[in-house]
Design a binder for this molecule. Structure first.
Ligand code: GDP
Length: 493
């Protein structure tokens, strides 16, 4: 950004090129309009079509969301079995409420999984004209600001949809009836007004044909759809014929979907933002370059820390992300000519559950000067030791780590980790993906440069809508690739 155009672009930056709406009270959510002071301007502009879809969605959310008359009427209609409620309201109210449909997002797994699946659920809601409501329990308290002006996205406490025990499922209703009895027309099919859909696939789960128009057509009739997911199922929205036109128009740049949607939806609360901005100002701001290292170990009892450390160092030094220490010359008296003139300060941000990674790296760089002369400082904001559930303070620390990683210039992430996906997506960074060690092995190459900042969709559809198996979907769609960290997964790039 040159000084000449910096003045003109201030407003643009603040609203992230029109991605964010104006009109919010800034003091209730400082991060919303301060993040641009911490992040380099994005290389990606949101399309005018995306911006108009977002502004329309915000209006719609206000009209049908919690606190609106339409919301009350819709909920009464669903929860009272008879149609008596029709008489209690004016005709117009009923007409409005009839247009309101809802998507209730339900959490599964850690914060990274939650954030990527909320982003996917939001796009699904936009495509299908549903209001997105998130089932945030106490463990999500104090993490995010409200994303939609003049309303809330939190499922109201008195909603009957906090549990879905007795609610019919997509698998039992739609798959069993629509798919098996193709000769039944949709009108002959009685669909419940509330339906639960589990999109939290694993390798073993059978195909659910969610990406198929005939099933999406059936879902249109359902007023409240409760979705449980930990997946970034955005690629499947591009695969669905009736959605693909809108998706392509909203996102002409396929590698920036989460980059836009994530920065649109997830604004750290003032509490989280205080921690992020203070840490950044104190340790990262004055560095010439910021290096983020995200070290996620999925099976810590089988994977020795030394093996992970060796892999990390091998990745960082062979790709010139970090310099080696000049061990032959601990006092640094005869540093190389290049080195003597190079006083570049690199700040390394380590995100890990374990304190040892930050400590090891820090003590390594205390042993002597680096062979390039660069000065390395190592910081690790937290070390929670293990993943904790039902703990919002723990989740805030996770958000702080993800956000700080996203403010780095260079990122090294761990294979398969959705925590890293969020950081790379926010930052629009193509990370270096560390090989996923499972035990004490050594591996070469230790890391690969990823092809895009998009999250990987780990369990994409395996069948065509006709029912025929498909080898790998990545090859049939433009800008869709096999993930480098998971052979089954697809990602946009
Ligand atoms: P994934 O399991 O790596 O895909 O990422 P998730 O975010 O879904 O789940 C991992 C959870 O473990 C996080 O949400 C945190 O609660 C915790 N966690 C893992 N790594 C870190 C880390 O580097 N820093 C912090 N603060 N928490 C972490």
């Amino acid at each position: 950004l040159s000084t000449n155009d910096s003045k003109n672009s201030t407003t643009h930056d603040k609203f992230l090129d029109g991605l964010l709406a104006s009109g919010f009270d800034e003091s209730t959510c400082l991060s919303r309009y301060q993040s641009h002071l911490y992040r380099k301007p994005s290389n990606h502009k949101p399309s005018p079509y995306l911006i108009s879809k977002l502004r329309n969605y915000e209006e719609f959310h206000k009209r049908c969301g919690p606190n609106s008359r339409a919301y009350k009427i819709s909920m009464q209609k669903i929860t009272t079995p008879s149609s008596k409620t029709h008489h209690h309201h004016h005709h117009n109210d009923n007409v409005d409420a009839a247009k309101c449909k809802y998507l209730v997002w339900t959490p599964a797994n850690g914060l990274g999984n939650r954030m990527i699946s909320i982003a996917a659920a939001f796009l699904f809601a936009v495509l299908t004209d549903r209001v997105l409501l998130v089932r945030f329990e106490a463990d999500m308290n104090g993490l995010f600001c409200e994303p939609f002006h003049g309303s809330t996205w939190i499922l109201p406490k008195n909603s009957p949809f906090w549990n879905h025990e007795n609610i019919e499922t997509y698998q039992s209703v739609v798959l069993a009836k629509v798919d098996k009895a193709r000769n039944l027309t949709l009108d002959q099919l009685l669909l419940p007004s509330v339906l639960f859909i589990n999109l939290q696939h694993t390798k073993e789960d059978p195909e659910i044909f969610f990406h198929c128009d005939h099933n999406q057509e059936a879902l249109k009739k359902v007023t409240v759809l409760i979705v449980q997911s930990d997946q970034y199922f955005v690629p499947s929205l591009f695969m669905t014929p009736s959605f693909s036109h809108d998706m392509n128009k909203m996102f002409p740049e396929k590698d920036a979907v989460f980059h836009h949607v994530g920065r649109y939806l997830f604004h750290p609360s003032n509490q989280a933002w205080g921690q992020i901005s203070k840490f950044y100002d104190a340790y990262l701001a004055k560095a010439d370059e910021r290096i983020g290292l995200q070290i996620r170990v999925f099976r810590p009892t089988f994977t020795p820390q030394q093996a992970v450390m060796d892999l990390l160092l091998s990745c960082a030094t062979s790709n010139k992300i970090l310099p080696e220490v000049d061990t032959r010359n601990p006092a640094g008296t005869t540093a190389s000519k290049v080195g003597r003139n190079n006083h570049t300060l690199k700040a390394v941000l380590v995100a890990s559950l374990y304190p040892e990674y930050g400590e090891n790296l820090r003590s390594m760089y205390l042993k002597g000067p680096t062979i390039t002369g660069e000065v390395i400082r190592v910081y690790q904001p937290s070390h929670e030791e293990k993943q904790k559930f039902n703990d919002n303070v723990h989740n805030i620390k996770a958000l702080v780590d993800m956000y700080l990683l996203s403010l780095c210039d260079v990122l090294v992430t761990s294979s398969l980790s959705t925590f890293g996906y969020v950081a790379q997506g926010f930052g629009g960074l193509k990370p270096w993906l560390l090989y996923g060690l499972v035990s004490n092995e050594t591996h070469f190459p230790p890391c690969l440069r990823d092809l895009s900042p998009e999250p990987c969709y780990h369990f994409p559809p395996q069948h065509q809508c006709s029912g025929n198996p498909k080898e790998h979907f990545a090859t049939s769609f433009p800008r869709m690739f096999e993930c480098k960290d998971y052979y089954r997964g697809v990602k946009l790039g």
